[in-house]
Write a protein that binds this ligand. Structure first.
Ligand code: PLP
Length: 282
Protein backbone atom coordinates (compact mmCIF):
# COMPACT_ATOMS: atom_id res chain seq x y z
CA UNK A 1 0.00 0.00 0.00
CA UNK A 2 1.08 3.55 -0.74
CA UNK A 3 1.30 6.27 1.91
CA UNK A 4 1.84 10.01 1.57
CA UNK A 5 4.78 11.04 3.77
CA UNK A 6 5.50 14.77 3.49
CA UNK A 7 6.39 15.32 -0.20
CA UNK A 8 6.68 11.66 -1.19
CA UNK A 9 4.57 8.63 -1.83
CA UNK A 10 6.23 5.66 -0.16
CA UNK A 11 5.24 2.10 0.57
CA UNK A 12 3.59 1.40 3.94
CA UNK A 13 6.64 -0.38 5.40
CA UNK A 14 8.94 2.51 4.47
CA UNK A 15 6.77 5.13 6.23
CA UNK A 16 8.54 5.51 9.59
CA UNK A 17 7.87 7.90 12.46
CA UNK A 18 10.87 9.44 14.24
CA UNK A 19 10.98 8.72 17.99
CA UNK A 20 11.09 12.48 18.59
CA UNK A 21 8.07 13.31 16.45
CA UNK A 22 5.97 15.69 18.55
CA UNK A 23 2.81 13.89 17.58
CA UNK A 24 4.26 10.71 19.02
CA UNK A 25 5.66 12.30 22.20
CA UNK A 26 3.12 15.02 23.02
CA UNK A 27 0.06 14.31 20.89
CA UNK A 28 1.06 17.65 19.35
CA UNK A 29 -0.79 17.33 16.06
CA UNK A 30 -4.11 17.40 14.26
CA UNK A 31 -5.93 15.13 11.83
CA UNK A 32 -8.94 14.52 9.62
CA UNK A 33 -10.85 11.45 8.49
CA UNK A 34 -12.50 11.92 5.09
CA UNK A 35 -14.95 9.51 3.44
CA UNK A 36 -14.64 8.20 -0.10
CA UNK A 37 -17.67 6.79 -1.94
CA UNK A 38 -17.27 5.20 -5.37
CA UNK A 39 -13.84 6.79 -5.74
CA UNK A 40 -15.32 10.27 -5.03
CA UNK A 41 -14.17 12.22 -1.98
CA UNK A 42 -17.14 13.38 0.16
CA UNK A 43 -17.10 16.91 1.67
CA UNK A 44 -13.36 17.32 1.01
CA UNK A 45 -13.36 21.13 1.23
CA UNK A 46 -15.22 21.14 4.55
CA UNK A 47 -12.65 18.73 6.03
CA UNK A 48 -9.72 20.74 4.68
CA UNK A 49 -11.18 23.97 6.08
CA UNK A 50 -11.54 22.34 9.49
CA UNK A 51 -7.96 21.04 9.28
CA UNK A 52 -6.82 24.59 8.54
CA UNK A 53 -8.79 25.87 11.53
CA UNK A 54 -7.36 23.18 13.84
CA UNK A 55 -3.85 24.10 12.64
CA UNK A 56 -4.46 27.79 13.32
CA UNK A 57 -5.85 27.06 16.80
CA UNK A 58 -2.69 25.19 17.82
CA UNK A 59 -0.43 27.63 15.92
CA UNK A 60 0.81 24.93 13.58
CA UNK A 61 2.09 26.18 10.24
CA UNK A 62 0.85 24.07 7.34
CA UNK A 63 3.76 23.08 5.12
CA UNK A 64 1.59 23.33 2.00
CA UNK A 65 -1.48 25.22 0.80
CA UNK A 66 -4.95 23.69 0.98
CA UNK A 67 -5.23 23.36 -2.83
CA UNK A 68 -1.86 21.53 -2.81
CA UNK A 69 -2.96 19.24 -0.02
CA UNK A 70 -6.27 18.65 -1.77
CA UNK A 71 -4.43 17.60 -4.94
CA UNK A 72 -2.12 15.25 -3.01
CA UNK A 73 -5.07 13.57 -1.33
CA UNK A 74 -6.83 13.12 -4.66
CA UNK A 75 -3.59 11.62 -6.05
CA UNK A 76 -3.43 9.31 -3.05
CA UNK A 77 -6.98 8.07 -3.66
CA UNK A 78 -6.02 7.36 -7.26
CA UNK A 79 -2.68 5.73 -6.44
CA UNK A 80 -4.26 3.46 -3.82
CA UNK A 81 -7.12 2.71 -6.20
CA UNK A 82 -9.60 3.47 -3.42
CA UNK A 83 -13.27 3.04 -4.26
CA UNK A 84 -15.00 2.66 -0.89
CA UNK A 85 -13.28 3.81 2.28
CA UNK A 86 -11.54 6.67 4.01
CA UNK A 87 -8.54 8.97 3.91
CA UNK A 88 -6.65 9.61 7.16
CA UNK A 89 -4.55 12.78 7.13
CA UNK A 90 -2.39 13.97 10.02
CA UNK A 91 -0.04 16.86 10.67
CA UNK A 92 2.28 17.07 13.67
CA UNK A 93 4.55 19.86 14.87
CA UNK A 94 7.57 18.05 13.48
CA UNK A 95 10.67 16.33 14.81
CA UNK A 96 12.82 18.10 17.42
CA UNK A 97 14.65 17.34 20.71
CA UNK A 98 12.01 16.72 23.38
CA UNK A 99 10.98 19.99 25.00
CA UNK A 100 7.41 21.08 25.71
CA UNK A 101 7.59 24.52 24.07
CA UNK A 102 7.51 24.86 20.28
CA UNK A 103 10.82 23.91 18.59
CA UNK A 104 13.31 26.74 17.99
CA UNK A 105 14.48 27.04 15.36
CA UNK A 106 11.18 26.07 13.80
CA UNK A 107 10.93 22.64 12.15
CA UNK A 108 8.64 21.51 9.33
CA UNK A 109 5.29 20.00 10.21
CA UNK A 110 5.20 16.26 9.46
CA UNK A 111 2.44 15.22 7.08
CA UNK A 112 1.10 11.69 6.81
CA UNK A 113 -1.88 10.51 4.80
CA UNK A 114 -3.09 7.05 3.87
CA UNK A 115 -6.28 5.42 2.71
CA UNK A 116 -8.19 2.46 4.06
CA UNK A 117 -10.86 0.35 2.43
CA UNK A 118 -14.08 0.29 4.40
CA UNK A 119 -17.73 -0.67 3.92
CA UNK A 120 -20.62 1.44 5.19
CA UNK A 121 -21.98 0.17 8.57
CA UNK A 122 -25.36 -0.69 7.05
CA UNK A 123 -26.37 -3.25 9.66
CA UNK A 124 -25.85 -0.81 12.55
CA UNK A 125 -27.60 1.93 10.59
CA UNK A 126 -30.61 -0.30 10.17
CA UNK A 127 -30.85 -2.02 13.54
CA UNK A 128 -29.39 0.66 15.79
CA UNK A 129 -26.79 0.15 18.49
CA UNK A 130 -26.33 0.45 22.23
CA UNK A 131 -24.48 3.38 23.85
CA UNK A 132 -22.91 3.75 27.29
CA UNK A 133 -22.88 6.98 29.31
CA UNK A 134 -19.44 8.13 30.44
CA UNK A 135 -18.11 11.22 32.17
CA UNK A 136 -16.59 13.72 29.77
CA UNK A 137 -13.13 14.18 31.28
CA UNK A 138 -11.62 16.02 28.30
CA UNK A 139 -9.95 19.43 28.16
CA UNK A 140 -11.74 22.67 27.24
CA UNK A 141 -10.75 22.75 23.54
CA UNK A 142 -12.70 19.79 22.20
CA UNK A 143 -13.39 21.91 19.09
CA UNK A 144 -9.84 21.21 17.87
CA UNK A 145 -9.40 17.89 16.07
CA UNK A 146 -6.16 16.93 17.79
CA UNK A 147 -4.47 13.52 17.87
CA UNK A 148 -4.49 13.85 21.67
CA UNK A 149 -7.29 11.30 22.06
CA UNK A 150 -6.61 9.54 25.35
CA UNK A 151 -9.92 10.50 27.03
CA UNK A 152 -11.78 9.45 23.88
CA UNK A 153 -9.88 6.15 23.87
CA UNK A 154 -10.81 5.51 27.51
CA UNK A 155 -14.46 6.44 26.85
CA UNK A 156 -14.71 4.08 23.89
CA UNK A 157 -13.02 1.29 25.85
CA UNK A 158 -15.55 1.71 28.67
CA UNK A 159 -18.34 1.45 26.10
CA UNK A 160 -16.80 -1.68 24.60
CA UNK A 161 -16.47 -3.28 28.04
CA UNK A 162 -20.18 -2.57 28.55
CA UNK A 163 -21.11 -4.20 25.25
CA UNK A 164 -21.89 -0.81 23.70
CA UNK A 165 -20.97 0.48 20.24
CA UNK A 166 -20.28 4.06 21.35
CA UNK A 167 -19.78 6.11 24.49
CA UNK A 168 -22.01 9.15 25.05
CA UNK A 169 -20.11 11.68 27.12
CA UNK A 170 -21.66 14.17 29.53
CA UNK A 171 -20.28 17.07 31.56
CA UNK A 172 -22.11 17.48 34.86
CA UNK A 173 -25.22 15.88 33.38
CA UNK A 174 -25.14 17.79 30.06
CA UNK A 175 -24.68 15.55 27.03
CA UNK A 176 -21.75 16.70 24.92
CA UNK A 177 -20.88 14.13 22.23
CA UNK A 178 -19.71 10.60 21.53
CA UNK A 179 -16.10 9.40 21.75
CA UNK A 180 -15.81 9.86 17.98
CA UNK A 181 -19.27 11.08 16.97
CA UNK A 182 -21.84 13.80 17.60
CA UNK A 183 -25.12 13.07 19.37
CA UNK A 184 -28.62 14.13 18.31
CA UNK A 185 -31.94 13.47 20.02
CA UNK A 186 -35.54 13.85 18.89
CA UNK A 187 -38.35 14.84 21.25
CA UNK A 188 -41.89 15.42 19.99
CA UNK A 189 -40.70 15.82 16.42
CA UNK A 190 -37.99 18.37 17.27
CA UNK A 191 -34.27 17.66 16.96
CA UNK A 192 -31.64 18.77 19.46
CA UNK A 193 -27.85 18.67 19.38
CA UNK A 194 -25.15 20.34 21.48
CA UNK A 195 -24.19 23.78 20.07
CA UNK A 196 -20.81 24.05 18.33
CA UNK A 197 -18.87 25.42 21.31
CA UNK A 198 -15.42 24.59 22.70
CA UNK A 199 -16.96 21.52 24.39
CA UNK A 200 -17.53 19.48 21.22
CA UNK A 201 -15.95 18.82 17.85
CA UNK A 202 -18.14 20.48 15.23
CA UNK A 203 -18.54 17.35 13.10
CA UNK A 204 -18.63 17.72 9.35
CA UNK A 205 -21.42 15.13 9.35
CA UNK A 206 -23.16 17.08 12.15
CA UNK A 207 -23.13 20.22 9.98
CA UNK A 208 -24.31 18.24 6.99
CA UNK A 209 -27.23 16.77 8.97
CA UNK A 210 -28.19 20.25 10.24
CA UNK A 211 -28.38 21.41 6.60
CA UNK A 212 -30.40 18.31 5.68
CA UNK A 213 -32.85 19.16 8.49
CA UNK A 214 -33.40 22.60 6.97
CA UNK A 215 -33.97 21.04 3.53
CA UNK A 216 -36.45 18.54 5.00
CA UNK A 217 -38.21 21.24 7.05
CA UNK A 218 -37.35 19.59 10.37
CA UNK A 219 -37.05 21.85 13.39
CA UNK A 220 -33.61 21.57 14.95
CA UNK A 221 -32.23 23.41 17.96
CA UNK A 222 -28.51 23.62 18.60
CA UNK A 223 -29.16 23.53 22.30
CA UNK A 224 -27.75 21.57 25.20
CA UNK A 225 -29.82 18.78 26.76
CA UNK A 226 -29.37 16.68 29.85
CA UNK A 227 -28.71 12.98 30.35
CA UNK A 228 -32.27 12.77 31.63
CA UNK A 229 -33.63 14.35 28.40
CA UNK A 230 -31.55 11.85 26.44
CA UNK A 231 -32.98 8.88 28.32
CA UNK A 232 -36.54 10.20 27.79
CA UNK A 233 -36.00 10.99 24.08
CA UNK A 234 -38.18 9.52 21.32
CA UNK A 235 -35.13 8.97 19.12
CA UNK A 236 -31.37 9.27 19.53
CA UNK A 237 -28.70 8.95 16.85
CA UNK A 238 -24.99 9.57 16.41
CA UNK A 239 -23.26 11.02 13.38
CA UNK A 240 -19.71 10.79 12.07
CA UNK A 241 -17.78 10.49 8.85
CA UNK A 242 -17.49 6.71 9.16
CA UNK A 243 -20.79 5.97 10.97
CA UNK A 244 -22.87 8.48 8.93
CA UNK A 245 -26.15 8.22 10.90
CA UNK A 246 -26.49 5.37 13.40
CA UNK A 247 -29.55 5.11 15.66
CA UNK A 248 -29.00 4.62 19.39
CA UNK A 249 -31.74 2.27 20.59
CA UNK A 250 -30.41 1.70 24.10
CA UNK A 251 -28.40 3.84 26.54
CA UNK A 252 -26.96 1.76 29.37
CA UNK A 253 -30.03 -0.20 30.58
CA UNK A 254 -32.60 2.27 29.21
CA UNK A 255 -34.41 1.52 25.94
CA UNK A 256 -34.81 4.61 23.73
CA UNK A 257 -38.29 5.08 22.22
CA UNK A 258 -39.60 1.69 21.12
CA UNK A 259 -36.09 0.24 20.84
CA UNK A 260 -36.01 0.58 17.08
CA UNK A 261 -34.77 3.11 14.57
CA UNK A 262 -37.08 6.14 14.71
CA UNK A 263 -39.00 7.81 11.89
CA UNK A 264 -37.01 11.04 11.71
CA UNK A 265 -33.72 9.15 11.94
CA UNK A 266 -34.84 6.99 9.03
CA UNK A 267 -35.85 9.98 6.90
CA UNK A 268 -32.48 11.61 7.50
CA UNK A 269 -30.72 8.36 6.58
CA UNK A 270 -32.70 8.19 3.35
CA UNK A 271 -31.84 11.78 2.46
CA UNK A 272 -28.18 11.06 3.27
CA UNK A 273 -28.23 7.93 1.06
CA UNK A 274 -29.62 9.95 -1.82
CA UNK A 275 -26.73 12.41 -1.57
CA UNK A 276 -24.23 9.57 -1.61
CA UNK A 277 -25.89 8.01 -4.66
CA UNK A 278 -25.68 11.36 -6.43
CA UNK A 279 -21.99 11.64 -5.57
CA UNK A 280 -21.32 8.12 -6.89
CA UNK A 281 -22.91 9.05 -10.20
CA UNK A 282 -20.94 12.29 -10.54
N1 PLP B 1 -16.77 14.22 17.78
C1 PLP B 1 -15.57 13.65 17.96
C2 PLP B 1 -14.91 13.72 19.29
C3 PLP B 1 -14.95 12.98 16.88
O1 PLP B 1 -13.74 12.41 17.06
C4 PLP B 1 -15.61 12.91 15.63
C5 PLP B 1 -15.02 12.22 14.48
O2 PLP B 1 -14.16 11.41 14.58
C6 PLP B 1 -16.87 13.51 15.51
C7 PLP B 1 -17.41 14.17 16.60
C8 PLP B 1 -17.62 13.48 14.20
O3 PLP B 1 -17.01 14.34 13.28
P1 PLP B 1 -17.13 14.13 11.72
O4 PLP B 1 -18.60 14.12 11.39
O5 PLP B 1 -16.44 15.31 11.14
O6 PLP B 1 -16.49 12.83 11.39
Amino acid sequence: DIVLLNQSYVSRQDAKVDIEDRGYQFGDGIYEVIRVYGGQVFLMDQHLERLKRSAAEIQLKLSLSLPELRQRLLDLVERTDLAEGMIYVQLTRGVAPRYHGFPTPEVEAQLVAYTKRMERPLKQQHEGVKAALVDDIRWLRCDIKTVNLLPNVLAKQKATENGAFEAIQHRNGTVTEGSSSNVFMVKQGVLYTHPATNLILNGITRQYIIDLCTKLNFTLHEQTFSVNDLLQADEVFITSTTSEIIPIVQVDEQTIGNGQRGQITQELQQAFDQQISKLRQS
